[in-house]
Design a protein. Structure first.
Length: 364
């Protein structure tokens, strides 16, 4: 799997150029095609007895296909010439990001090390499955919005009002979407885990419920954190990340002696502290204060919590099969959300609906 780092590095500049040009249509086509090719090959290998190696080949084939397509669809080609001035400028900025990224990876994986040290290996598996389900809506939504939003914010740096308005929209739209998904996931955690993984993974559903608040906060503090990179303050980015990673590790090591559930609660607390800290420092660049963010996010959170409560009650009182109950929960939550947002003309909902309708019209 380590070869994937080398494969991706070969096409990193081409991918970055397409992102800067906001050519997400090409990036999407490349991503879909490489996923289909690698996925089909992986299935063929799995059916022919290659076992876990089929997953290794899938990852490397996806990276290789993606890199090849990026080269074919990019006019940029490298020249073998070293520019000392460019290296000095980029190294000063990028080295801090690399160090910060390494610290983040070490901290995230230390949670598994600590779990494996103090609890049975099965608990590590339950936690891992729960975290994957939490990350699916949380990190992916943040990645999608950030990939589109950050290049635009970079171009708006010299337009303070436009920069603030666009950043505000990113925060509120991301916050609303993730709040809806995480509140919904909290309410359907048990049937989702049982249907997709089986009864033996029921403990993962409990962990997933505790992780949902972490998944709700994560995109918000990430968006605020990355403002420092957009404005070229990777030094501040590194300092804040270093402080929060140490704070997270200390919290986890303290809480692990209580229980895994308490450890996750402390992770949620550290996520909230991260958001507050990063939003406080980012306001000097965005002119969008922490208090304003919290105030503007509150209506979407209230709508999401009420939707989640309805979905949870339906699951608790339903006497139908687990599949039917899950369908009723998703169906009820979806229509409750639409009706409430339409009645109060909720701003973020109206914006999301208009974007989706415009996209559908273009496709048709």
């Amino acid at each position: 799997l380590g070869f994937g780092l080398c494969i991706n590095a070969v096409s990193f500049v081409q991918k970055t150029n397409l992102t800067r040009k906001l050519d997400f249509e090409m990036l999407t086509k490349i991503s879909i095609l490489s996923s289909i090719v690698s996925g089909l090959l992986s299935i063929v290998l799995a059916l022919n007895g290659f076992g876990v190696w089929s997953l290794v080949v899938k990852t490397l084939m996806r990276d290789g296909t993606s890199s090849a397509l990026l080269w074919l669809n990019s006019k940029w080609k490298p020249v073998f010439k070293f520019y000392k001035s460019s290296f000095s400028e980029l190294f000063q900025f990028g080295s801090r990001l690399v160090l910060s990224g390494i610290l983040g990876i070490l901290t995230n994986n230390m949670v598994y090390v600590i779990l494996g040290k103090f609890y049975h290996v099965s608990n590590v598996g339950y936690y891992n499955r729960a975290e994957l389900f939490k990350n699916l809506p949380s990190q992916n939504i943040e990645n999608i919005i950030s990939t589109v939003g950050y290049p635009i914010l970079a171009k708006l740096q010299n337009q303070p009002e436009a920069f603030k308005n666009y950043f505000k929209r990113m925060v509120l739209v991301t916050g609303f979407i993730v709040a809806v998904l995480m509140c919904g996931l909290f309410s359907v955690a048990q049937p989702v885990i049982v249907i997709l993984l089986g009864d033996e993974w029921i403990t993962a559903a409990e962990y997933l419920k505790y992780l949902c608040p972490v998944g709700l906060i994560y995109p918000l503090w990430t968006i605020n954190l990355n403002i420092f990179n957009i404005v070229g303050r990777s030094d501040l980015y590194l300092k804040l990340q270093l402080f929060m990673q140490l704070f997270t590790l200390i919290s986890v090591m303290f809480a692990i002696f209580l229980s895994i559930q308490w450890m996750i609660v402390f992770l949620a607390i550290t996520s909230l502290v991260s958001f507050i800290l990063f939003a406080f420092f980012s306001q000097r660049f965005t002119n969008y204060s922490l208090l304003c963010q919290l105030k503007d996010l509150m209506p979407g959170l209230i709508i999401s919590l009420s939707m989640g409560g309805l979905v949870y009650i339906i699951g608790a009182i339903s006497g139908a099969s687990i599949v039917t109950t899950l369908f009723l929960q998703v169906f009820s939550g979806f229509f409750y959300l639409i009706i409430v947002c339409e009645l109060i003309e909720f701003r973020e909902y109206i914006f999301i609906k208009s974007v989706l309708l415009d996209r559908i019209k273009k496709i048709i």
